[in-house]
Design a protein around this ligand. Structure first.
Ligand code: PEP
Ligand code: MN
Length: 302
């Protein structure tokens, strides 16, 4: 059901995603896993789904690292038309099989309006990637299928443009939107992008939507993933999405930024430190931190 709006109040250009639209900050439920205030939900997995074995091993790594949700691209946007563009439908079937085996719900990218129904049949959450942040017909289509949407910030998008893109999704009927800061393009070439850390608290001031950090695409380098993830936790991000691979040197996409099996203890240690990093332990006292990072139960402990 779409919500018709003909007028925009001058005070805020976003009607549905504006902070004022809700009494408090929102929590988005993804296959039973919450992302929102008081959480630091970890989504982890390979950049691209390559084989059933690679995806299952990646999911097991993700679980060991403290992830509650799996990521993996079946449709990949690539700079070169000659690069690997993903397994498409076969990739979705692999992800569904790994979910059945591990119990981990998954998020996967949809690139084209023509594939929205197909991807929505399998996925627990639809990802709109940075390159499609202003693909308005895709935003509308993704917002109308009844699944939560992960909306990445465009690499050259202002925060206002990003929130306007979220408004398109909301206007199409879906307010279960998680925003993702994944680095923006600057003059700097030493890193793949520049993580705009200030975007996280800024967005939380402007909008009720949860916002997570993607340190993998921000830095583009394995050694930067955990430091940038910690920075995200420190400024109050509601979660983190990272890439990992059982054999990054053989990865068909983004191997340089993929965490390795031997990095999982450090990832898990980061997740266990989140209540302290986020500084919320002090607010709740010794009875327990407000931020639950490492999941337990069905979607939890390895
Ligand atoms: C991805 O998540 O694999 C991806 C392509 O990210 P982005 O759209 O942020 O570049
Ligand atoms: Mn990637």
């Amino acid at each position: 059901m779409s919500i018709a709006r003909t007028e925009m109040p001058e005070s805020s250009p976003y009607l549905l995603v504006d902070k004022q639209a809700r009494a408090g900050r929102s929590t988005v439920n993804v296959g039973g896993v919450p992302i929102g205030p008081g959480t630091f939900t970890l989504i982890a997995g390979p950049c691209a789904v390559e084989t059933p074995e690679q995806t299952l091993r990646a999911a097991e790594m993700a679980r060991a690292g403290g992830a509650a949700l799996l990521r993996g691209g079946a449709f990949k946007p690539r700079t070169s038309p000659y690069a690997f563009h993903g397994l498409g439908r076969e990739g979705l079937l692999i992800l569904s099989g790994v979910r059945a085996e591990t119990g981990m719900p998954f998020v996967t990218e949809v690139l084209d309006t023509r594939d929205v129904d197909l991807v929505a049949t399998h996925a627990d959450m639809l990802q709109i990637g940075a390159r499609n942040m202003q693909n308005f017909s895709l935003l509308r289509a993704a917002g109308s299928v009844g699944l939560p949407v992960l909306l990445k910030r465009g690499m050259s998008a202002t925060i206002e443009e990003w929130l306007m893109a979220a408004e398109y999704v909301a206007q199409a009927g879906c307010t279960d939107i998680v925003l993702c800061e994944r680095g923006i393009r600057t003059f700097e070439t030493a890193t793949r992008n520049t993580l705009d850390i200030s975007a996280i608290p800024t967005v939380q001031r402007l909008s009720h939507l949860p916002v997570i950090v993607d340190p993998s695409h921000a830095g583009g380098r394995r050694d930067l993933v955990l430091p940038l993830g910690r920075a995200g936790a420190a400024v109050g991000a509601d979660g983190m999405i990272i890439e990992l691979h059982p054999q990054p040197e053989q990865a068909l996409c983004d191997g340089k930024q993929a965490l390795r099996p031997e990095d999982m203890p450090d990832l898990r240690a980061l997740m266990e430190d989140v209540p302290l990093i986020a500084g919320r332990l002090a607010q709740t006292g010794p009875a327990g931190p407000a931020v639950s990072a490492v999941p337990t139960g069905v979607n939890g402990t390895p």
